[in-house]
Design a binder for this molecule. Structure first.
Ligand SMILES: [Zn+2]
Length: 68
């Protein structure tokens, strides 16, 4: 827990920091959102999404392995 015993004093200007956070970190936040999305397969039979590792569609039991 000792690594949590640190502190950093903010010496910058609050308005500028907010500006950077709002206009520079937002694209990063959006990128982060999209890059962290789970990749899923779409069942060609019913358009339902299924896990990448799933061999059958959880909705219509279509065999997804045949499309891989
Ligand atoms: Zn399906």
């Amino acid at each position: 827990m000792s690594e949590l015993e640190t502190t950093k004093e903010f010496t910058g200007e609050m308005g500028f920091t907010f500006f950077v956070a709002a206009f520079c970190c937002l694209p990063y936040g959006i990128y982060n959102y999209y890059s962290n999305r789970e990749e899923r397969v779409i069942c060609p039979e019913c358009r339902e999404t299924a896990d990448m590792q799933a061999s059958t569609c959880p909705n219509c039991q279509e065999d997804l392995d045949q499309y891989k």
